[in-house]
Design a protein around this ligand. Structure first.
Ligand code: GLC
Length: 535
């Protein structure tokens, strides 16, 4: 039997470099810091790491404002440090994914600076979206930035440039061949240094249509794109069905070209995963057609309530839709853009859901700190640095809560993360979350993740099929239980707030919460828990 490409069932650990481990006392994590902790990451049992951007950047958007995609920001180290990190990860048999940010550059990138100097109509401006003002001086259209405020900023000579995000992040014009060539160079640059693939930032945003037309409801659209904004389903659906700057047909041509480039690296099995928030869900599968990318993030679980019917629907849908293009789904409960799962649904719930998801076919993503059960950090507004906080005048709190640095060891904040002052404060109450404490505690979430990932390899990966045993449409319709079988393992999750007895023969391999009482084939699942049973 031919074994699957490494990424098909990989567990991938996302590192936000600023918040991982600081080796030089400046209060921000860095590449040597990550390298020094790779054994810790490996012992978790993951197959790969994904590094959020560490490139030269003025850091207006946590490094997603790239001023030189082929160099390392001095805050994070230098190119030699990046090489040591990649090499050491490989020594430990972990793959490395880099983040590529093709929708925009930083306004400090030399191209943008040249465009400012070169003036209207110049080839330098043609690499971005520069347009004249309307006759009344207003911007070329009424689009609203995803971080709030207009998506156009005017320069000294009167022209405006487009930025879907912060004004310091001018959007690139993908109809311009310089852009295309430059990104191919960046991809090769990192592949030639050994990276095994990429996470593609805002992968659905590269191509814009109707750039000179007003949108009929720009504020509505901007609200609809915000996951935390309450809106009735029909209104949101209608607005998201056609977004002039997202998910246009043209993006797929770009990924077909990239796929050829990746495949030219032959047996290195280079892979790429798309960040593509698209609508309706079937559209996401277009990014993973056989001649395009390898994975597309599935964001459903970042917002899903801890509710059997909802979880069943989104999990099953993702498996079925991906199957139509012969792809496997991806699963993520947290990332650097969303509230941490423990804060969003609760501690016990998030442990249970993690076990449930680790047993599903496809790739699981873990956001660093999730294995410690970290909640969102409590921050005061004066700590916040997220541009969405700043551009919304503070009405959107932003994503800093999920980005508070990791607590490693010791009894007092900043718990070994840095010898200096951490860039975001770490609460003293986080002592109970330190790696040092959890390492010693067999019932910690850290040890649960370690066990789960070991058992996953041992018991589950031989086949990519699951069969539902208990769901809103399978089994005895208990609306607080979900269960499926994969290989010889039955995975059962009790979503209710009281314990439940299930009758499944076999030995309990793992439980998200404490010891399980067993009487013959009957097992008593605590409230909000998940177990794996080997039949
Ligand atoms: C992506 C990143 C996010 C960033 C945005 C703009 O969504 O995940 O952190 O702010 O792109 O680059």
């Amino acid at each position: 039997m031919k074994s699957l490409p490494w990424w098909k069932e990989a567990v991938i650990y996302q590192i936000y470099p600023r918040s991982f481990f600081d080796s030089n006392g400046d209060g921000e994590g860095d590449l040597p810091g990550i390298t020094s902790k790779l054994e810790y990451v490996q012992q978790l049992g993951v197959d790969a790491i994904w590094l959020s951007p560490f490139y030269t950047s003025p850091n207006k958007d946590g490094g997603y404002d790239v001023a030189d995609p082929r160099d390392v920001d001095p805050r994070f180290g230098n190119l030699a440090d990046a090489q040591s990190l990649i090499d050491h990860a490989h020594e430990l048999h972990m793959k490395v994914l880099a983040d590529v940010v093709p929708n925009h550059f930083s306004d400090q990138h030399e191209w943008f600076q040249a465009a400012l100097g070169a003036g209207p109509g110049s080839p330098e401006r043609a690499r971005f979206h520069f347009y004249d003002a309307n006759p009344d001086g207003t911007p070329p259209n009424n689009w609203i930035s995803l971080f709030g405020g207009p998506s156009w900023t005017q320069v000294a000579d009167g022209q405006y440039y487009l930025h879907l995000f912060d004004s310091s992040q001018p959007d690139l014009n993908w109809d311009n061949d310089d852009v295309n060539k430059d990104f191919e160079e960046t991809l090769r640059f990192w592949l030639d240094r050994g990276v095994d693939g990429f996470r593609i930032d805002v992968a659905h945003g590269l191509v814009k249509e109707d750039i000179l037309k007003n949108h009929h409801d720009p504020q509505g659209l901007s609200n609809a794109l915000r996951l935390d904004y309450p809106m009735d389903h029909e209104t949101r659906n209608a607005l998201l069905l056609s977004v002039p700057y997202f998910d246009r047909q043209g993006v797929h041509e770009i990924y077909r070209r990239w796929r050829k480039l990746f495949d030219s690296y032959g047996d290195r099995e280079i892979m790429a995963v798309a960040e593509a928030w698209v609508h309706p869900p079937i559209n996401a599968t277009k990014y993973v057609r056989p001649d395009e990318l390898h994975q597309v993030f599935n964001f459903d679980l970042l917002t899903a309530p801890f509710e059997a019917a909802h979880l069943y629907e989104v999990i099953n849908r993702s498996i079925e839709l991906n199957a139509t293009v012969n792809a496997l789904p991806t699963w993520a409960l947290s990332n650097h853009d969303s509230p941490r799962v423990a804060s969003r649904i609760g501690d016990e719930e998030s442990r249970a859901l993690a076990l449930f998801v680790f047993a599903l076919p496809g790739s699981s993503y873990i956001f660093a700190g999730q294995e410690l059960g970290l909640p969102d950090g409590e921050l005061s507004d004066s700590d916040r640095q997220d541009p969405s906080f700043i551009r919304s005048g503070g009405t959107v709190k932003g994503r800093d809560g999920a980005r508070v640095p990791l607590p490693w060891s010791g009894d007092s904040t900043p718990f070994g993360f840095t010898s200096g002052k951490p860039w975001l404060p770490i609460a003293q109450s986080w002592q109970r979350f330190t790696v040092e404490n959890q390492d010693k505690d067999p019932s910690s979430i850290l040890n649960l993740f370690r066990q789960a990932l070991t058992l996953r390899r041992q018991y589950l990966l031989a086949s990519q099929k699951i069969s539902w045993v208990q769901s809103p449409i399978h089994g005895n319709h208990d609306d607080s239980l979900l269960a499926f079988m994969r290989e010889s393992v039955t995975v059962v999750m009790n979503l209710s707030s009281h314990s439940k007895e299930v009758d499944v023969p076999g030995e309990v391999l793992l439980s998200s919460f404490g010891d399980i009482q067993v009487h013959g084939s009957k097992k008593l699942l605590p409230a909000r828990s998940c177990i794996w049973i080997s039949n």
